[in-house]
Ligand binder design. Structure first.
Ligand code: FAD
Length: 598
């Protein structure tokens, strides 16, 4: 089964989802022409769209589903330098990743924050020879990294992360001290390493914010989700948009940013390729307050019994556990399977033997395909996470080049976009007008970073909007400084009206998102513009509230509203191990949708 409603099969021809702004952009792009068409709006496509729009290029970005709904919605949610890439000698990648991590802590301060990380160490000297072999190109992964190796690794990591550094350096502590800091960690450790990386609370939302920044920068740019490529002929590409409108473009250059779908998109463009050799990675979220409390804000980055690196840390009040690394190829049908859940729970039991783990604590799961470059490495963990942008030159009746954005990490999207944008600019004969290096993203703009600036922002916004300071602070944490636009928006809904079962979300917020954030489906709201589904607070009544508000904003019929609710329930059950229940208890029945002809 493929994800219904998420992957472009929806029949939306009876709804008019095109806003006035979109109509204007449509007209502008038709008149001015398209410099660059980007196919795929994951973090790599969205990052490039923002960069090129800022340089004044006329850009179109289209996704067959929603912005940030592919692999970019499935990461470990770390903004990290890639400690384990030191083992494979990818020092350049570590240097770039640590720099980008440090920049994101500043540019997306509304959703990226420091993450103190604990590494349990089980021996003093193990792993040195294996690590040297890997460093010199062996295709087998090292197992069991002892204290000496961890110390060398963390020192190098600090060294590479010193550019634009904002976080403290590492420490290595002996067993007694380590177990004081992490009391449930197994007695078998001899020491613990503590260092800093970062986590991102809302990666899906940040992808949308990148697209939105691009749109705000340039009125001749266009972005649409649920767009299906229907033909590619004689340099003209035609897409069907969600409302049935056809968009026909003759771009100067095409960027294939379809992540794990890259080879499929190249084939659809008439240029079969074998660039991607993906592996699947899954995560689960546990409702486990005792574990969350004991982590005390730390991530534990540990070796499972089979030598794989796993992680656990607190995320939106839940415990996020990941990840697996299994060769897989169909990104349209990827989910966390039961044996993966068993593997995570078993690994946690060995790491934290005094805590209890069972299947009923799992509230959400997700999975994605790493769009790694095709490789012959025997261990998936050893395939390079570096990126590249190979170009297929124009030929025959195809006058445009196709550049594919292969590999990379969430963390490094800005640097990757900058490199790709420079190549595009050179090919089109334009110069870079602006660097994105120190440019805040979306709700990170003018974000108050220290406590006194934050208090002042909250106080001033509370005064201007008449909302309580506690509520303003909650929305600032969720949307960054966009909170102020939400609270001052004109709407038939109030911020005191709340979503059933998710009382921390208001009708006003949902109305704003539906109107302002290029929403096509209900799933866009509950899975990506917000973290409602991942937080596990959706109920049947809540979903109906949200669908009703979105439906009123977007002109959905009653029939469409029921179908959207049913689709979300199916997606959550089939792909995220989540059964929606009624506020009144008990499993909820999906609303019955009968097509008009039935
Ligand atoms: C398990 C796992 C854990 C990870 N953890 C981390 C981490 O903690 N930190 C980190 O930095 N990185 C992490 N990564 C890597 C990171 O998530 C990816 O490198 C990144 O998200 C890839 O983004 P992308 O834009 O290339 O691909 P995607 O996000 O997959 O975007 C591709 C887009 O193309 C669209 N598309 C496909 N076909 C078409 C078509 N025909 N027409 C139009 N659109 C199309 C899709 O709908 C999709 O939205 C992780 C990856 C995985 C799988």
């Amino acid at each position: 089964m493929q994800r219904p409603g998420l992957y472009g099969q929806g029949d939306l021809r009876n709804s008019d989802t095109m806003t006035d702004d979109m109509k204007q952009r449509f007209a502008n792009i038709t008149q001015a022409g398209t410099d660059v068409l980007i196919i795929g709006a994951g973090v790599n496509g969205a990052g490039l769209f923002r960069d090129l729009s800022l340089q004044g290029l006329n850009c179109v970005i289209l996704d067959k589903a929603d912005f940030g709904s592919g692999t970019s919605a499935a990461p470990s949610r770390l903004i990290h330098g890639g400690l384990k890439y030191l083992e494979t000698g990818e020092f350049g990648l570590v240097a770039q990743s640590t720099l980008e991590r440090n920049l994101l802590l500043k540019n997306a301060a509304h959703c990226v924050e420091p993450l103190p990380t604990f590494i349990p160490v089980f021996s003093w000297t193990q792993g040195i020879w294996a690590a040297l072999r890997t460093l010199f190109g062996s295709k087998t992964a090292p197992r069991s990294r002892g204290a000496v190796l961890v110390k060398i690794g963390l020192s190098l990591y600090d060294y590479f992360g010193s550019r634009d550094q904002v976080m403290p350096r590492h420490r290595l502590v002996l067993k007694r001290r380590a177990r004081q800091e992490m009391p449930h960690v197994t007695e078998d450790i001899v020491a613990g390493g503590i260092y800093y990386d970062a986590k991102i609370s809302r990666p899906e939302r940040l992808v949308f914010e990148l697209v939105d920044d691009g749109l705000k920068a340039n009125g001749n740019c266009l972005a649409a989700g649920s767009a299906t490529l229907v033909s590619s002929q004689a340099g003209r590409l035609t897409f069907a948009l969600a409302d049935g409108t056809e968009l026909s473009l003759q771009p100067k250059l095409v960027v294939n940013a379809a992540g794990p779908w890259i080879d499929k998109v190249n084939a659809a463009l008439g240029e079969p390729s074998r660039l991607i050799g993906g592996t699947k990675g899954s995560h689960i979220l546990l409702d486990h307050p005792e574990l969350v409390r004991s982590l005390n804000g730390h991530m534990i980055y540990f070796e499972a019994d089979d030598g794989r690196i796993c992680l656990v840390y607190s995320y939106l009040g839940l415990a996020l556990v990941g990840s697996t690394d299994i060769p897989a190829s169909n990104p349209d049908d990827v989910r966390c399977e039961e044996p993966e859940i068993d593997y995570f729970l078993e690994s946690l039991r060995s790491l934290l033997p005094t805590l209890r783990f069972d299947r009923r604590q799992v509230t959400f799961s997700y999975s994605g395909i790493r769009p790694l470059p095709a490789s012959d490495a025997t261990a998936p963990g050893l395939i390079s996470r570096d990126h590249s942008a190979p170009v297929i030159e124009p030929r025959g009746d195809r006058p445009f080049a196709i550049m594919s954005l292969v590999g990379g990490k969430w963390t490094t999207f800005r640097g990757f976009a900058e490199e790709a944008a420079d190549t595009v600019l050179a090919r089109i004969g334009r110069k870079r007008a602006l660097s994105t290096r120190y440019l805040a993203i979306g709700g990170g703009r003018d974000f108050p970073t220290d406590a006194s600036a934050r208090n002042e922002w909250v106080r001033a916004t509370a005064q201007a909007t008449g909302r309580p300071e506690k509520r303003v602070d909650e929305l600032l944490a969720r949307y960054g400084t966009t909170a102020s636009a939400i609270l001052t928006s004109k709407s038939a809904h109030g911020d005191d009206e709340r979503i059933s079962g998710a009382l921390h979300y208001s009708h006003l917020e949902i109305d704003w998102i539906a109107r302002q954030e290029l929403v096509v489906h209900l799933s866009d709201i509950v899975l990506r513009r917000t973290t409602l589904a991942i937080e596990g607070c959706l109920t049947m009544e809540g979903l109906q509230d949200i669908a009703g508000i979105a439906g009123a904003a977007l002109g959905w019929s009653e029939e469409r509203i029921s179908r959207e609710v049913a689709d979300v329930m199916t997606v959550l059950r089939e792909f995220h191990a989540q059964d929606i229940r009624s506020d009144r208890g008990g499993a909820a029945e999906a609303p019955i949708f009968r097509p008009a002809s039935a």
